[in-house]
Design a protein around this ligand. Structure first.
Ligand code: NAD
Ligand code: WQD
Length: 342
């Protein structure tokens, strides 16, 4: 495979999903360069990836909105493809500071694809999100389900998807993979890289992990009156290593010929908040105190993927179940109670 001799540029590669994907890329024999402005990550993740893989992972501290920095990366290296993780991802913050999100996520991506075009690099895998399905009506979600984001973060993902579709329509030499992630959780089995939120976690699994390790007192369960088996919200949690491997599958899918593909990356299995709490208690041997509070505005009752298209076209499917996700998340959290700052 020609790609093996060339370099994959990973934007946002110091972050949670990017760092796990770098492990898989390096272990597959690819050369990798990370571009990250470290706004939501630290270099410690890069060092940990080097430790795990025993391979070098060069990082350029730079911003995707900086055209000069991007042009330098493309001129100095033979970049065959870009995995584009860089962006901001906090839904609540996006309501408060929408322009920050449009600038980072939309403007940043526009800048990136302009630089790619100028350097004739036309292979891109983009981190989209199940959030583009908004508050869905019918489960499971297929790639043809209606889209309609309900917050600025989600709209930035939809805008970038549209922008990339327009780009491909105008120039069918592009190879573009839009991956709609469901709920990435867990950590590398070594326990040396994982999710390390800056402030109080917004998402369920990191919150539970921090309760288990004693950093937070108790979990608030956002509503137990949904139309689900136990009344709590149901989501398609996917192990971050499975997700990372989905990106290698996407590169293989793009390799034979130019195309644009849209794929859900999920397991197809939904779990409730209380099932996640139970699984984490078993994995950690700790009890997770919780209390039920009001629903969080904007939350859907249920969201899970139909993963058929990814299985058939990417030749990829998730392997790990919720128990393994919790075991690995707990290994990372218990080895590094304060994250990379430990
Ligand atoms: P993360 O915050 O851990 O990683 C994003 C990385 O991008 C960070 O290292 C950050 O420093 C970097 N970054 C941000 N803005 C940048 C910029 N302008 N220039 C250069 N680097 C920049 O988040 P993650 O969970 O790893 O998410 C990766 C991608 O996947 C994001 O695009 C996110 O929207 C998307 N996504 C995440 C989830 C999730 O639940 N984690 C779900 C669906 C989609
Ligand atoms: C999961 C379930 C909550 C926290 C978010 C983004 C989405 C995507 C993935 C980026 C829900 C409940 C949560 C808590 C709780 N990210 N919950 N107490 O909302 O499905 O998706 O992350 O693209 O865009 O919106 O994930 O982990 O926040 O919530 O009860 O303290 O846990 O109500 O049912 P969500 P989540």
């Amino acid at each position: 495979m020609s790609e093996l001799n060339e370099t994959v540029l990973v934007t946002g590669g110091a972050g949670y999903i990017g760092s796990h994907t770098c492990v898989e890329l390096l272990q597959s024999g690819r050369k990798v360069i990370v571009l990250d402005n470290l706004s939501n990550a630290s270099k410690a993740s890069i060092e940990a990836v080097e430790q795990i893989t025993q391979k070098k992972l060069p990082i350029i501290e730079g911003d995707i909105r900086d055209r000069v920095a991007l042009d330098q990366v493309f001129s100095k290296n033979s970049i065959s493809s870009v995995l584009h993780f860089a962006g901001l991802k906090a839904v609540g913050e996006s309501n408060e500071f929408p322009l920050k999100y449009y600038d980072n996520n939309v403007n940043g991506t526009l800048n990136l694809i302009e630089s790619m075009t100028a350097h004739d690099c036309k292979t891109l895998v983009f981190s989209s999100s199940a959030t583009v399905y908004g508050i869905p009506e019918k489960m499971p979600l297929t790639e043809d389900s209606d889209v309609g984001a309900i917050n600025p973060y989600g709209r930035t993902k939809l805008l970038v998807e549209e922008m990339l579709k327009d780009l491909y329509a105008a120039d069918p030499e592009w190879r573009v993979s839009l991956l709609r992630y469901f709920n990435p959780v867990g950590a590398h089995a070594s326990g040396e890289i994982g999710e390390d939120p800056n402030d109080i976690p917004n998402n369920l699994l990191p919150f539970i992990s921090q309760v288990a390790v004693g950093r937070l007192d108790k979990l608030q369960v956002f509503g137990d009156d949904y139309d689900t088996a136990d009344g709590t919200g149901v989501r398609d949690y996917i192990h971050v290593v499975d997700l990372a491997r989905g990106h290698l599958a996407a590169l293989d899918y793009l390799e034979p010929a130019p195309k644009l593909g849209i794929h859900n990356l999920g397991t197809g299995q939904g779990y409730s908040v209380l099932e996640a709490v139970n699984a984490f208690e078993q994995a950690s041997g700790r009890s997770i105190p919780y209390e039920v509070s009001a629903r969080r505005p904007g939350d859907a009752a249920t969201s899970y993927a139909d993963p058929t298209k990814a299985r058939e076209e990417l030749n990829w499917q998730a392997k790990y179940d919720l128990q393994k996700m919790c075991e690995d998340a707990w290994r990372w959290q218990s080895k590094h109670p304060m994250g990379y700052g430990s």
